[in-house]
Design a protein. Structure first.
Length: 259
């Protein structure tokens, strides 16, 4: 009987995690370059032994034991499908149509630089001429940090990422793609960093100046998921109440001696 209480509890924890993921998707439905996240569930005894990501394979599950002790989040994964393209006509707004990521150098609080990747192409120039994202992280070109004279009257970015200012070629956006997106770790809402085993390949994305890629979140689907998840959470609550009632009767009524 106590096993049933534990199983219902794992169900509630699982649905709470699913609700957290769905809520985060809805909160980022208007975030440029955001990719929808999904949750996969597994029986608990199937995830007691998991091989972490490495160069040989992404996952290897080893079932241990014969009894299922409830449900557990198997994986929170990202849906990398293309989001819709919206025209902004802003010079430094850039979208990628196809596979690939912009390269960004991020400096942490300790002063260390990390190279990360994003689909969020809402860029702007600093007063020093550096091309940066909304957080001030420097966008990378084939030659390193991209620097454009702020006084340039006309800046164009070709479909291959070549940047030309007043007729002079400045640099080319460094667009990178990966053979397997399972080897990307997410940072924040729109940035990714490769883990051990990640392999880079030639990007096939077309660069579109004056556009941004919107979130690929389907708000209607997310709202339906909220309803489904809430109903499943409530069902597990009812199971716990039923077990509590049975335990109460077992302890306080069964075996009671009449005087």
């Amino acid at each position: 009987m106590l096993r049933g209480l534990y199983t219902a509890w794992t169900g509630m924890v699982n649905e709470q995690k699913r609700l957290d993921v769905v809520s985060n998707n809805m909160a980022n439905s208007d975030t440029i370059g955001y990719k929808d996240e999904r949750v996969a569930s597994q029986a608990f005894d199937q995830v007691l032994g998991i091989k972490i990501r490495d160069g040989s394979q992404a996952y290897h599950n080893q079932a241990i034991g014969r009894f299922s002790l409830g449900v557990k989040i198997g994986e929170v994964y990202t849906d990398y499908t293309q989001g819709s393209i919206r025209e902004t006509k802003n010079t430094y707004d850039v979208a990628l149509s196809g596979r690939g990521f912009f390269t960004v150098n991020v400096v942490d609080k300790n002063g260390e630089t990390h190279t990360r990747y994003t689909r969020n192409g809402q860029f702007h120039l600093t007063k020093d001429g550096y091309l940066v994202d909304a957080d001030g992280n420097r966008i990378q070109g084939e030659g390193g940090d991209i620097v454009i004279d702020p006084s340039s009257r006309k800046v164009s970015i070709s479909n291959t990422g070549e940047i030309v200012a007043d007729g002079q070629t400045i640099d080319t956006l460094q667009i990178v793609d990966f053979a397997d997106y399972d080897y990307l770790r997410k940072y924040g809402d729109t940035m990714y960093e490769p883990v051990e085993g990640a392999t880079t390949v030639n990007a096939t994305a077309e660069v579109l100046q004056g556009y941004t890629e919107q979130s690929n979140v389907n708000v209607i689907k997310e709202m339906l998921d909220v309803i489904t998840t809430t109903r499943a959470y409530e069902a597990n609550q009812k199971v716990i109440r039923s077990y509590d009632s049975m335990l109460d009767r077992s302890v306080n009524q069964v075996g009671r001696l009449s005087g």
